[in-house]
Design a binder for this molecule. Structure first.
Ligand code: MG
Length: 405
């Protein structure tokens, strides 16, 4: 009699009723990392977590970091935090969340080509903006001004504070307890004073050493993502136009190429056909230039990468073109009067909240109150930085508008 094969693939894994239930062997971490180049960050060689933990099963250390970031509260808040346009200005503009996803996508493409750790670049990319205040850079500048006498406020350090201390998810520790390499990637830059305070994580800023290739990729993927999506959003909003962009070489070359290939298209379709060509050019140039740098410096390990000059880079020609685009955006979009009006409002909201809480800490939830003035200022900064755009506006109304509740 022929045995009937089960339709359920999981049943097929069980050889017999008496066979051990875990007949399938999971691949080792070394096997999961086997495709990586010697200069990549291998998860088995991580400098570890602040609170030691048993190694994960069925995933690498950096996959676990990525998963912890995706499950964090701060990650979900990114959906309601400004990139350039405040959340309520339109449903289709980038938020910090979609920005972070675009950074991760670009960074992974680059990482795969260079045979470095995609899980690590993804973790860094998804976490890099976790510390951003509401209202983008206007919010950060305002909070930094408010914190002038209390050590200042810097979104990189705040991202680190989120993953090291502020998330309350795990029984054994505060924060997400991420690997050294993920934290190193999140801390893109920092002052010498802060570097001294940060111990091992700050050392590279004092010694002039580089972070991993993965961290360097995430950093440049961030720029590629925002330069392109800000052009896209700028055009969508009508604050910048095709005519203005004609002076920007990087735009013009790809706009002309898109029109030559598809003479009939216009509007959003033409914008996207142009932007996708720019992104592709930047990614290919980044991979190409970095490969040349890797060949020239021939790093054999992550330690070699740390001792070498920055290896992930654009060619001089493309870098110059990207700088022109960046300057264009600064002048015509980030300083556009309509963006400045929102920035001004953001500054008043953040400063107003900070001053109200500083004058009377009893307005704060109890876990944000402290008798120590320095600690109190930092707790207020944490509280405000954690707010989404709309929560900050609501909180402002609650505190300052008499007939609101
Ligand atoms: Mg970013």
């Amino acid at each position: 009699m022929t045995e009937k094969l089960s339709d359920n693939p999981l049943e097929a894994l069980h050889v017999s009723d008496t066979a051990p239930r875990h007949a399938v062997t999971l691949p080792s971490v070394a096997a999961l990392d086997a495709h990586l180049a010697p200069y990549a960050a291998h998860s088995a060689q991580s400098r570890g977590r602040r609170h030691p933990e048993a190694p994960p099963s069925a995933r690498t250390e950096f996959q676990r970091d990525r998963d912890r970031i995706v499950h964090s509260t701060a990650f979900r808040r990114l959906e309601y935090k400004t990139q350039v346009f405040v959340n309520h200005e339109g449903d289709l503009f980038r938020t910090r969340l979609t920005h972070s996803l675009e950074v991760a996508q670009i960074a992974r493409s680059v990482a795969r080509n260079l045979r470095v750790n995609e899980d690590l670049v993804e973790a860094i990319s998804l976490a890099h903006d976790l510390g951003h205040t509401p209202f983008g850079h206007a919010g950060q500048d305002a909070l930094n001004d408010c914190m002038r006498d209390h050590g200042g406020f810097e979104h990189n350090l705040q991202s680190l504070a989120v993953v090291d201390e502020l998330e309350e998810h795990y029984g054994a520790f505060n924060g997400l307890n991420l690997c050294f390499e993920t934290r190193e990637g999140i801390l893109k830059h920092c002052s010498r004073e802060n570097a001294r305070r940060l111990g091992a994580l700050g050392e590279r800023f004092l010694q002039g050493r580089q972070p991993s290739i993965e961290a360097q990729i995430a950093n440049l993927a961030d720029e590629i993502a925002y330069n392109n999506h800000d052009v896209d959003d700028g055009l969508r909003s009508g604050l910048i136009t095709f005519e203005q962009l004609a002076d920007v070489e990087l735009w013009r070359v790809h706009y002309d190429a898109a029109r030559a290939e598809y003479p009939q298209i216009e509007g959003r379709r033409l914008v996207h056909e142009t932007v996708r060509r720019i992104i592709n050019t930047l990614i290919v140039d980044l991979i190409d230039t970095t490969m040349r740098n890797l060949m020239r410096h021939a790093p054999r390990s992550l330690d070699d990468v740390r001792a070498a000059p920055p290896l992930v880079a654009h060619s001089e020609a493309v870098s110059a073109q990207a700088t022109v685009l960046k300057r264009f955006l600064f002048k015509n979009l980030y300083r556009h009067y309509r963006v400045m009006r929102m920035a001004n409002k953001a500054r008043r909201v953040v400063t107003g909240l900070f001053n109200a809480f500083s004058e009377d800490a009893r307005l704060l939830p109890p876990n944000y109150q402290s008798a120590d003035p320095q600690v109190q200022a930092r707790l207020i900064a944490h509280y405000i930085a954690g707010m989404t755009d709309r929560y900050a506006l609501k909180e402002y109304r609650r505190l300052f508008v008499v007939d609101d509740n």
